[in-house]
Design a protein around this ligand. Structure first.
Ligand code: HEM
Ligand SMILES: *[C@@H]1O[C@H](CO)[C@@H](O)[C@H](O)[C@H]1NC(C)=O
Ligand SMILES: *[C@@H]1O[C@H](CO)[C@@H](O)[C@H](O)[C@H]1NC(C)=O
Ligand SMILES: *[C@@H]1O[C@H](CO)[C@@H](O)[C@H](O)[C@H]1NC(C)=O
Ligand SMILES: *[C@@H]1O[C@H](CO)[C@@H](O)[C@H](O)[C@H]1NC(C)=O
Ligand SMILES: *[C@@H]1O[C@H](CO)[C@@H](O)[C@H](O)[C@H]1NC(C)=O
Length: 333
């Protein structure tokens, strides 16, 4: 019993396991330090979504784009300064809606009042995206907590990491693959296009002067193409013009996105391409036929996205404000 070496060993093991578990994500990360975390998120997210129903799609896209650049670390929430052009000012992120950023600000403000300096912006974003998917009818998945906020946000790192609708499907597949996501996971994730909308410029190439032989993309259902041409007729003058990604049930998280692809109602060329390419078609067919399979795989893939390259321990910080690094107060001005 009075063997000091053993006590030392136990103490050592205690510290090792303590510091180890501290650096891992867990479902109950805030249970002691901020027991109101879940209920505050619940309340702020549902108030915002009810007031502004476009929030869900905006936050889901914001979250995905955040995770694909530097990992899920809130780097996309950082505002640019005269010293740094931040991720959110990269061209691809320009259309991200103000409502999505606003939700994060509201949640952060409410949480700072209850538990100052405890909850990271990255955890707020991951939890908000999950809660919103559920609110619009999608599946539940676990969001483990304890992400730290990143210390880098650089607009020039965005382009190589985010797919665009004019990219060949092979390039998109390899972009997902390089981040460890399979073709099936990719097809499931793009099912996020069951909600939200796209600006005309993202698909105008399919509507006007498409090819020498056809003004519109023949892969579109003719009536759909006609409607989109009318909708987007003025898009160069009015760049805000946009169309629903899922024309059948635009605000509902369901598998109609995949069913649409099979009848020429896929909006973006990459959406359309997934339904014919032999690498992706089997999964489009599966999800079009079986919503349960889609929900199961989407939930799984989102859980995986949510922990992509997360930072823990000293590799990040808990920001005081989601749009500024903590050091900004000292360094800038
Ligand atoms: C093949 C890969 C993908 C491409 C090429 C792509 C492209 C786009 C484009 C161009 C828009 C329209 C943006 C705008 O005009 O405002 C959009 C919207 C959207 N994307 Fe994707 N996306 C892809 C994958 C994903 C993934 C994996 C997710 C999430 C898991 C996602 C979620 C969304 C959402 C929710 C919207 C609607 C945004 C809103 O209504 O504010 N996308 N996507
Ligand atoms: C942590 O809190 C959540 C939500 O309040 C609760 O569901 C869960 O059971 C708690 N976990 C532990 C280990 O206390
Ligand atoms: C942003 O990234 C680019 C390319 O990686 C690099 O040249 C530039 O110095 C970075 N800017 C900042 C402020 O770190
Ligand atoms: C249509 O595209 C062709 C090239 O594919 C181009 O020569 C022509 O000027 C375009 N027409 C219009 C009206 O933009
Ligand atoms: C497009 O613009 C013209 C003139 O600026 C206007 O008369 C017409 O109503 C607009 N159409 C749409 C669909 O907004
Ligand atoms: C649909 O997918 C679920 C989940 O993968 C599976 O359990 C179920 O058997 C499938 N249903 C049909 C009709 O294939």
């Amino acid at each position: 019993m009075a063997f000091p070496g053993r006590n030392l060993l136990i103490l050592l093991l205690f510290f090792i396991s303590f510091s180890y578990s501290k650096s891992e994500l867990s479902l109950d990360y805030y249970n002691k330090s901020c027991p109101q975390f879940a209920s505050i998120m619940e309340q702020i997210v549902s108030e915002k979504q009810i007031a502004s129903p476009a929030t869900a799609a905006g936050v889901l896209r914001l979250f995905f784009h955040d995770c694909m650049v530097e990992g899920c670390d809130g780097s996309l929430l950082i505002a640019s300064t005269s010293f740094n052009k931040a991720e959110r000012d990269a061209d691809i992120n320009q259309p991200l809606p103000g409502d999505a950023f606003d939700l994060v600000t509201r949640a952060k403000t409410a949480l700072e009042l209850q538990c100052p300096g405890i909850v990271s912006c990255a955890d707020i974003l991951a939890t908000a995206a999950r809660n919103l998917v559920i609110m619009v009818g999608g599946p539940y998945y676990h969001v483990r907590l304890g992400r730290k906020d990143g210390l880098v946000s650089n607009a020039s790192r965005v382009e190589g990491n985010i797919a665009t609708p004019t990219m060949p499907l092979s390039d998109i597949i390899s972009r997902f693959d390089s981040k460890g996501f399979s073709v099936q996971e990719m097809v499931a994730l793009v099912g996020a296009h069951t909600i939200g909308f796209s600006h005309c410029k993202e698909f105008s190439n399919r509507l006007f002067n498409f090819s020498k032989t056809s003004e519109t993309d023949p892969a579109y259902h003719p009536k759909y193409a006609e409607g989109l041409r009318k909708l987007c007729a003025n898009y160069t003058k009015d760049p805000a013009m946009s169309a629903y990604n899922d024309v059948m049930t635009p605000g509902k998280f369901d598998n109609l996105y995949y069913r649409n692809l099979k009848t020429g109602l896929g909006l973006l060329s990459t959406d359309q391409a997934m339904s014919v390419d032999k690498r992706t078609k089997p999964f489009v067919d599966l999800y079009a036929a079986n919503e349960t399979a889609f929900f199961k795989d989407f939930a799984h893939a989102m859980e995986k996205v949510s922990i992509y390259k997360i930072k823990t321990g000293k590799k990040g910080e808990v920001r005081h404000r989601c749009d500024q690094f903590n050091a900004a107060k000292i360094n800038l001005r």
